[in-house]
Design a protein around this ligand. Structure first.
Ligand code: GRF
Length: 188
């Protein structure tokens, strides 16, 4: 049976695109839909260019039972958060145990939690003077960035790296590993 993915994303969607690209001609894995809370999100254009159905949701709908019904009807094997900024409703976490994953642009538990996303993370890493940063792919539970870790990969930070260089290094890891890890999860 074909495995089904739903992607939730709030921004540019470069990770979502890598995932869609990897599976767009697959018979085994299908990206059913991309859902975003941000009407202007770049992810919509990226998804549409592959013909993936897109949906914009507002907060009221997101927090209602209708959102849970929508996802339940789609019946995904995996819900992938690819830069999705709203906290996942508890009801969704409870109905999809071990079926929601997130990617975080640092080596959790370092530099995670509410408000730690995008450049805020890389800024904190730079200020820390750490020699390494990286990515964490983890299951989603009720708390921001605290679910069980599935995969991590690290990259060296040079003294000359600024926040933008660090972000680029991390993004390269995300694009390489996120689709791979998703495939492994779905094939196991
Ligand atoms: C990524 O850095 C991801 O780790 C974080 O949000 C960012 C999304 O970037 N959760 P993009 O929209 O996929 O380009």
């Amino acid at each position: 049976m074909q495995k089904k993915i739903v992607i939730l994303a709030s921004g540019s969607g470069s990770n979502a695109e890598k995932i869609i690209h990897r599976f767009h001609s697959s018979f085994e894995i299908d990206v059913l839909s991309v859902i975003s809370n941000n009407r202007q999100a770049g992810v919509f254009d990226r998804a549409k260019s592959y013909g993936v159905p897109c949906l914009w949701i507002d907060k009221k709908f997101y927090q209602s039972e209708q959102f849970l019904s929508l996802i339940s009807n789609l019946n995904p094997d995996l819900i992938v958060l690819a830069g999705f900024l709203w906290k996942i409703p508890e009801a969704l976490v409870q109905n999809f145990p071990q079926k929601i994953i997130n990617i975080h642009p640092s080596l959790l538990p370092k530099y995670g939690g509410k408000g730690m996303y995008g450049a805020y993370v890389h800024q904190a890493v730079k200020e820390s003077g750490d020699d390494f940063t990286g990515i964490t792919i983890h299951y989603v539970n009720e708390y921001y960035d605290q679910g069980a870790i599935i995969f991590q990969n690290q990259v060296k930070i040079n003294a000359t790296d600024n926040v933008s260089n660090i972000a680029q290094k991390v993004q390269q890891l995300e694009h390489k590993y996120f689709p791979e890890v998703i495939e492994k999860i779905l094939k196991n």
